[in-house]
Design a protein around this ligand. Sequence first.
Ligand code: DOR
Ligand code: ZN
Ligand code: ZN
Length: 423
Amino acid sequence: MKNMDIVEGRFFISGRFEDCCVGIQDGRIAKIAKVLEGDTRRRFGGAGILPGAIDAHVHFRDPGMTSKEDFGTGSTAALHGGVTCVLDMPNTSPATTTLSALRDKKKLASAKSMVDFGLYAGVREGIDVRALAKEAVGFKLYMASTTGELMVQSLADVKSELSAIAGTGKVLAVHAEDEKLRKKEPEKDLDDHLRNRNNECETSAIRKVKDAAKGCRIHICHVSAKDSLPLIQNTKELTSEVTPHHLILDKDIKVGSHAKVNPPLRKREDRHALFKALQGGTFDIIASDHAPHTLDEKAEDFDYAPSGMPGVETMLPLMLHMVEEKHLDLAGAVARLCSRPGEIFGIPKGKIAVGYDADFIVVDFSQCVMVRADRLPSKCGWTAYEGMPAIFPKSVIVRGETILDRGDVVGDQIGRDVIAARK
Ligand code: DOR
Ligand code: ZN
Ligand code: ZN
């Protein structure tokens, strides 16, 4: 008989908390019952136990840009934020567009990651879609210029690649900004940045990709404009994502280039419309778009400062605080942070159910703290959420192993590729 480890506590199962025991074998949930006997037992008293989150959109900068972040620091930040699986974007250096680059990244991530991971392949002309599809978690298409060199000039240039991607059944995640509509005026602040990348830039890109990538499982990343909502609501043609920064921050935040991101922070009315839409059931998932840059890079003149902000460690804690404040319901938050990303990307995680990976986070909803950059493990050392209230997990369990306990890393580095693990 295989060993069975028991975790006992108040688990969030099918939309509500239940006092029960979960039996874990080989890192997977084997049994759920009121009472279970096993070889070891961990009890988590009155706190709530949620599934670990899956962050389907991070930039861990490894290889090639490791002064900003690396897979070790990025995944440690994820762990502290209750994220037990990350999907890493391909705009690294080299870009993840070949099988050898994908395998190299997989190797380095396996050697460093504290949490499980999947890797995107970047779309560009001439990529070997079938080979990449076997080892990547999905494909990423950049329709406008942003960090890295993966922008596709015109969707017509990747027509055959998109049709091959449709045939693989893999997700096509899209950075939807229309490069043709992007203005290139000099920028000195967030207003200028928004003017250059206005709402139409996003809506036009969504329309174009819907048309050009028919048959693909299109996933629109970081929806940011209120005008995009009608294009993503009530349709089976695509799935969609929203970030904490587009829900919580807008262009009037006074942190200069630290809040320069693509797509940009928009007007308050956009932010409110996104939040209302989220409350009403729009958006399949919440993802961080964790895109760290160094303080030195962000200190450049606004126009030259790179776009992007960190967020993998604050995403779930900020959202749990909103739940505590009754702005969001817990079942909706857990669906968008945990179970839905698992369903969309075909990863057996994010749900407390038999057969799923035993990824749990232990949360005490009465323990609210202020976000402080000096307590966050991301290498970049800053956050746009400084001083905001958040509820961080106390303990984090990855595939049955306690990796974080009372805020300290206590477990081994066991992160592995979710696609390789499935084979
Ligand atoms: O703000 C952004 N930063 N948007 C992107 O699309 C890329 C990202 C990055 O990698 O820095
Ligand atoms: Zn993007
Ligand atoms: Zn991104």
